[in-house]
Design a protein around this ligand. Structure first.
Ligand code: GRG
Length: 336
């Protein structure tokens, strides 16, 4: 009986939000209506939670990347801010916070910011002419297009270094901070994301091989999602077994995510995706749709999503797990 009332009250909240906005601000009410229309309750809560995380992450990064107004290195600070405060989906802080939440713990600000800053640094370097050579990111000129290559390289370096400083100073027990730094270093470095990028560089233009492609993407994309999930679990005080399950979630989510990325590159619109589309084929990149076909790629992405959900079994049932389930589905059907 109480569950029935709770679910009834919960499903009424979108309508309530709309009503309050209608009274206070009719224009915003129209936006809310368009956002909410056609969504299930679960989707509504996920979208809301993602918006909240994005706003919180923006505020954190704004604070952590503040600089003295008279700094002679203002151009570098601005380049750092340009690629960090610019509308990313903030999936990694969201995942980290959700895993901490599964233990009823709050994710320390420094943990949330660290994982997102490494991601932002990697995007700056990924867009450089020596790497993917992309002129657009998150719907605007990429960092080197705006600030020039030398400053873009430095901005990536500075954000990467800042991330570990934030972990060291985070509001958590020393043991958790040290473990978080060690794990993030493992997942971001040659064993993880950077290693994945190296495999990508070495195999661009060559015949596609499914095993190589999988290792590349597990490292390039999955490793940082694994780091996010694991950092959340560390913050929450999870067991080593739960840390491993969190990593499995991240890796599987990363694979599904990358397959969707390839599909978006193939058929997405640049306006929605926020970067150049159709680049994989023209750049000689091995992709899942090229290797397996669109239908099989969709099937594989769904299978990885299911694998990610399975890993969540190591965490107690409840609202947070439901949210991570929903996120997994959402990423499978995203359009940007
Ligand atoms: C400087 C730490 C550092 C690394 C350099 C360049 C490089 C090594 C790694 C590149 C890794 C990379 C760009 C992987 C792709 C990951 C990916 C799918 C990015 C898109 O993530 P979204 O969709 O982006 O979450 P938003 O913009 O929403 O944040």
């Amino acid at each position: 009986q109480p569950l029935y009332y709770i679910s009834y009250a919960v499903s009424a909240i979108p309508a309530l939000e709309l009503y309050v906005q209608l009274v206070e601000s009719p224009n915003e009410a129209m936006d809310t209506y368009l956002r909410v229309a056609g969504m299930s309750d679960e989707e509504y809560y996920l979208t809301d939670a993602l918006r909240e995380t994005a706003a919180r992450t923006d505020a954190l990064l704004d604070r952590f990347l503040a600089y003295p107004p008279d700094s002679r290195a203002a151009r570098l600070y601005e380049a750092c801010r340009y690629s960090s405060l610019d509308g990313g989906k903030r999936i990694r802080p969201f995942v980290a916070a959700a895993f901490a939440d599964a233990f009823g713990a709050a994710l320390p600000d420094g943990f949330a910011a660290a994982v997102e800053l490494i991601h932002c640094a990697s995007l700056i370097h990924d867009d450089l002419p020596a790497m993917d050579n992309d002129d657009f990111r998150r719907g605007k000129p990429s960092n080197h297009k705006k600030f020039g290559e030398p400053t873009a390289i430095l901005a990536g370096d500075a954000l990467l270094i800042k991330a570990f400083g934030l972990l060291a100073e985070a509001d958590a027990d020393a043991e958790k901070r040290v473990r978080a730094a060690a794990r993030l270093s493992f997942y971001a470095g040659a064993d993880g994301m950077c290693g994945g990028q190296q495999i990508d560089l070495d195999h661009t233009g060559r015949a596609a091989d499914g095993d190589i492609l999988r290792e590349q993407d597990e490292k390039k994309t999955g490793a940082l999602l694994a780091a996010a999930a694991e950092l959340g679990t560390i913050a929450g005080g999870g067991t080593p077994e739960q840390e491993r399950a969190a990593a499995r979630y991240g890796f599987a989510l990363g694979m599904a995510f990358q397959m969707v990325d390839d599909l978006l590159d193939l058929r997405g619109s640049a306006a929605a995706v926020g970067k150049t589309v159709g680049k994989d084929a023209s750049g000689g990149k091995a992709t899942y749709p090229a290797l397996y076909g669109v239908g099989e790629t969709e099937r594989l992405a769904a299978a990885y999503s299911a694998q990610a959900k399975e890993a969540l079994g190591a965490f107690g049932e409840g609202a947070v797990r439901a949210l991570l389930y929903e996120l997994t589905d959402f990423l499978l059907t995203r359009d940007r």
